[in-house]
Design a protein around this ligand. Structure first.
Ligand SMILES: [Mg+2]
Length: 364
């Protein structure tokens, strides 16, 4: 049976305001760049997807890379997984990570959306799974702000979607301020909710040994990225020393990186990022690797597509949910009792908000 032919690519970049600025040890961000990708096939199907590559000034380079990669797939019958594997081989010459991989991921996400639309199915069904809601945590706030404001914010985050899990950023200069932040958030969320923590790689190994040992009895669900993501030996040490589970993975560049991390036994959970792991295809490979190591998979950002993928991830854990992408979408996904509701629509259910594009389009 012949499949539709992939015809054209359009990439639009927007730089949108965040409702709650990100105050992290890596920096303060008031805006967030999104690249909106649309791939049109000869039967009129339009596959849509987006990536959020952090640094707006590098988006033109990613657009050019995407357009160059797309030439390999243009005028061919749509075959997302085949294209991804060819794309990864092609990228060996540039390196299978960084912005080259982000470019391939963007194409891959839009191609899978198109492919599931052609099959008349939601993405998770197209991938062999079933449609259902996905357990999530609210990651939309609790930055490195004054601990005093965190009680109200924690309460707000729980109420936003009847959540029972939230994430707090830790690693303040004084440990007492981390303790105060934890205390205030715990008061806000109550004793039946999970409290996750994220250090955004702000500690050195000796600092992490001290800080995490002190916080190890705080009943935190996990310690996320306490040290630089590439310090595998350090992670191994921390994992041995702490009883609180350790997680990393948002900075895995591609499935081969995830495999090396898991083979080295460096974390209790992983949390692939849809863009950095290489889109839908990169995620599927990583989910199988995680299953073989029996490691639970959480997600990082991109909850719309990641929620579909969690439905076909055998060791699926918690989905990260934020409001950041609401502004670029025609219809943001709903929440129900701490779960993200995957819309019963063909494809991923992603459609872009034209007003947002008009208002926030980024041009060089
Ligand atoms: Mg993180």
């Amino acid at each position: 049976m012949k499949k539709p032919i992939v015809n054209s690519l359009s990439v639009t970049t927007v730089n949108v305001p965040l409702k709650r600025p990100i105050v992290a040890s890596l920096g303060t961000f008031e805006k967030w760049p999104y690249m909106l990708i649309e791939i049109t096939c000869n039967d009129g199907t339009v596959g849509k997807g987006y990536i959020g590559p952090y640094l707006i000034n590098y988006t033109p380079a990613i657009t050019l890379t995407m357009k160059e990669l797309f030439k390999n797939f243009q005028n061919r019958e749509i075959a997302p997984y085949q294209f991804y594997n060819e794309g990864m081989n092609h990228l060996s010459l540039l390196g299978r990570s960084g912005i080259a991989l982000y470019a391939l991921a963007g194409l891959d996400i839009a191609l899978w959306d198109a492919s599931s639309k052609i099959s008349n199915e939601p993405l998770c069904v197209h991938l062999g799974g079933t449609l259902n809601n996905v357990k999530a945590y609210n990651s939309s706030g609790l930055w490195m702000d004054d601990p005093k404001i965190l009680y109200d914010e924690a309460l707000e985050l729980i109420e936003e979607g009847n959540f029972d899990a939230v994430k707090l950023r830790l690693g303040r200069k004084k440990i007492d301020d981390d303790y105060k932040a934890i205390e205030n958030v715990k008061k806000g969320i109550g004793s039946n909710s999970l409290l996750l923590s994220d250090f955004n790689q702000c500690l050195t190994l000796p600092e992490a040994i001290h800080r995490l040992r002190d916080l190890d009895d705080q009943d935190l669900y996990w310690f996320e990225e306490p040290i630089k993501y590439y310090e595998f030996d350090g992670y191994k040490q921390l994992r041995k020393r702490m009883k609180t589970p350790i997680i990393l993975g948002e900075n895995f560049h591609g499935y081969d990186h995830a495999f090396t991390a898991l083979k080295n036994n460096i974390s209790d959970f992983i949390m692939p990022d849809l863009m950095r792991i290489g889109g839908v295809s990169g995620w599927l490979k990583t989910a199988s690797i995680a299953e073989s190591f029996q490691i639970s998979v959480a997600s990082h950002l991109f909850h719309e597509v990641s929620s579909h993928l969690m439905r076909v991830t055998p060791t699926a854990g918690l989905l990260e949910w934020t409001r950041w992408s609401d502004i670029i979408l025609e219809e943001p996904y709903d929440l129900k009792d701490g779960h993200v509701v995957i819309p019963n629509k063909i494809g991923t259910g992603i459609d872009f908000n034209k007003e947002t594009i008009k208002k926030y389009e980024f041009k060089i």
